[in-house]
Design a protein around this ligand. Sequence first.
Ligand code: GDP
Length: 312
Amino acid sequence: MEFDSRIFIAGHRGMVGSAVGRELRSRGYRDLIERTSGELNLTQQADVEAFFQAEKPEVVVLAAAKVGGILANSQNLTEFLYQNLMIEMNVIRAAATHGVGRLLFLGSSCIYPKLAPQPLKEEYLLTGSLESTNEAYAIAKIAGLKLTEYYNREHGRAFISAMPSNLYGPGDNYHPDHSHVIPGLIRRFHEAKIGGQSEVRVWGTGAPLREFLHVDDLARACVFLLENYNQSQFLNVGSGEEISIKDLAQLIAEVVGYQGRISFDPGKPDGTPRKVMDSSKIRALGWSPKVLLKDGLKQAYLDFTSRIRDQA
Ligand code: GDP
C-alpha cells in the first residue's frame, strides 16, 4: 500500500469507517474515496459494479454494515442477514473483478459459537451453535470472512479479515434502544443525571462478561494489517480485558457522574454469557491496544455530550 494508493473506505461515516479514515489520513494516506449510502447503495450489485469501474480503487476497507445492539439484532433478523450479505458479496466480488490489490474485511467477535471455550481462538470458528440474539449478523459476517479467505487462498489475492471485539468510541450510535451497551448506558445515565432520576435499569442480569475495544485501537490495527499482513487466516483484534455488565454499568455511572441506584432488568436478553477473544496472533505481529477502558469511556462521554449539544 502506497501513500498515494486509491483507498475506498466503505462505510466511512460509521464509527469504524470514520476511525479508519482518521488513522489513514494521520499516517499520510491521501487518496481516500468515500461515498455516503445516499450516493452509493452497497446492497445494489449494479451500482457497486459501476462505482468500481469508474473509480478504480486499489485498496478497499469494508467497514460498511447494518449494525445494532442486542435488541436491534434480535428483532430484525431478516434485514441483518440480507443487507449485510448483499453489501459483503457485492463489494468483495467487485473488488476482486476490478483488480483491487488489497482488501480488509471487518467482522465481529459474535461469529464464534455461543459456548466456545474462552478466550476465543480463531480456530473455534464453526465448532458449535451461534448465540441466537445475533445469529443473522454472525452468519453474514462468517460468509464475508469466508469469501475474503477464499479469494486469498484460491486466487492469491491480498484479501484479509479482522474480527474486533465489542467496540465503542467517537461516532457511536447513542439510540436508546438500538445501540450497543456502552452508548446505550451513557445516554441513560446522562439523562437520569440531568433529570434527577433515582434509578437506572440496565438490561439483563448484569452477569455477562464482555471485552471492549476502543475504535481508535481497532483503526490502528486495521492500518497495521493493511501494511503488514497478507494471509488468508482472519485475525482477532481485542483488548484482552473483560468486564461484567454490572461493573461496566458502575464505571459508566461514575464517568457520567450519575449517583442514583443501578438496577437490572432480567426481562431483557443477556446474550452470550462470555465473549473474550484470544488476540495473541495479532499481538505477536506487533499490534497492541493503547486506550484503557476508563479513559476511553471519558472520551466517549465527551463525544456524546458534544453531539447532543450540536443537535440542540
Ligand atoms: P452483544 O455483545 O451482542 O450482546 O452486544 P450489546 O452491546 O448489545 O449488549 C451487551 C450486554 O449488555 C448484553 O448482555 C445486554 O443485555 C447488556 N446491556 C445492558 N444494558 C444495555 C443497554 O442499554 N443496551 C444494550 N445494547 N445492551 C445492554
